[in-house]
Design a protein around this ligand. Structure first.
Ligand code: SF4
Length: 218
């Protein structure tokens, strides 16, 4: 999901000024409409909402993906399902993460977890690595703002695929060891790290020559 950066600080409007957050008893037929309304109000106009959806299409490359996602959320919510929302951090959406956090906190506060994920260097991620990999070990600012906004809205956040030393100390408790043992490895510099047992490490196919620049033993 991607919302375009707006000059009027959409994170603040989405997170604070766009009506009441959706509550569990808002369920029923109106839920998808209500979520869509919040997205429209938060983006300020139909055209800008369309721009936002265009931006999202640029990432997922499917027309109408945002609308389908909203419909799916409404159906899952009505069914009482436990929902984990997943967002992959990329250079294309990094600046929009705070706005997205505001939207999640306002329109989707019922998600069980918002999993924010680092890009995996395989498949689509490998094809677009140079264009899309956001080195959050050297610039965690937008991600930190997003986490702060979501946390203030009581949305549980978890970080997946982030080596522990790539995350500022204040947020390390959110970084899960999310990479399965069979596809997990560590780098040479991990040998002397005191956090090896807790750290999720790297995917087997991670290429450090093109990867995080701000890592080192803790
Ligand atoms: S040095 Fe290696 S083991 Fe230690 S936190 Fe960083 S990636 Fe994890």
């Amino acid at each position: 999901m991607l919302f375009k950066a707006e000059e009027e600080k959409p994170a603040e409007r989405l997170g604070q000024d766009v009506g009441e957050p959706i509550a569990r008893n808002d369920g029923g037929d109106r839920l998808a409409q209500r979520i869509g309304d919040i997205a429209r109000e938060g983006c300020g106009s139909e055209r800008r909402t369309a721009d936002a959806c265009n931006g999202e299409r640029a990432i997922v490359k499917k027309q109408g993906a945002f609308d389908r996602l909203i419909q799916s959320f409404a159906m899952l919510f009505e069914a009482g399902a436990a929902i984990e929302l997943r967002t992959v951090v990329m250079r294309q959406n990094d600046v929009d993460l705070p706005a997205l956090a505001g939207f999640v906190g306002t329109a989707l506060p019922f998600v069980e977890r918002w999993a924010i994920m680092q890009l995996e260097n395989i498949g689509f991620g490998r094809m677009n690595w140079d264009l899309s990999f956001k080195d959050t070990s050297t610039d965690f600012d937008n991600l930190a703002r997003a986490i702060n906004i979501a946390t203030a809205r009581d949305v549980p956040v978890q970080l997946y695929n982030f080596p522990l030393c790539s995350v500022p100390e204040r947020y390390r408790h959110l970084a899960a060891a999310s990479i399965s043992d069979w596809k997990n490895r560590q780098e040479l510099f991990c040998t002397s790290c005191s956090a090896r047992q807790r750290c999720g490490g790297f995917f087997e196919w991670y290429d450090h020559r093109k990867g995080f620049r701000g890592l080192g033993p803790i």
